[in-house]
Design a protein around this ligand. Sequence first.
Ligand code: S3P
Length: 170
Amino acid sequence: MERGDAIVLIGFMGAGKTTVGRELARLTAWPLYETDVIIEARFGCSTAEIFAAHGEAAFRAAETAALAEMPAGRAIVATGGGVVLRAENREMLTRLGVVIYLEADAVTLFARVANERETRPLLDTADSQTSLSVLLREREPLYRAAADLIVHTSGRRVAEVAQTIFQHVG
Ligand code: S3P
């Protein structure tokens, strides 16, 4: 399969896709494309509002469309945590470039998203810690299978994680 030049970041909510993506964009001077940002711009409202008003299915359809329309070439692509759920998405990620799984344990992930639950509808539940664990268990194999490189992020600084990726790709 033809592989593109992008660095594609995948991983669970709180894995650091956006923050590491920004640092990588700085290091490479490549543009940063975030699927969540593209989707929110398309709907003209936040992810939480999209889920509430249109449902998760509409969000997922827009997510697939955002990947399909992603410009080819050198770029940092930061995805949403659920992007690996669809096989067609996983194939598009692989075509875009090298796929990096930002991995972290459930305790670390929960600590990172604990204050931002209302912006993440899938964790905006009565027991968000359990919701996180269940989703993580379901998705972990998909992240691993899609990844060219797995980078541990628990207890590591954003700059360190970005450097690891930069050195691997460069
Ligand atoms: C989702 C993760 C979110 C966003 C949406 C769904 C998921 O992105 O795409 O709320 O299914 O894990 P982040 O991973 O950037 O929080």
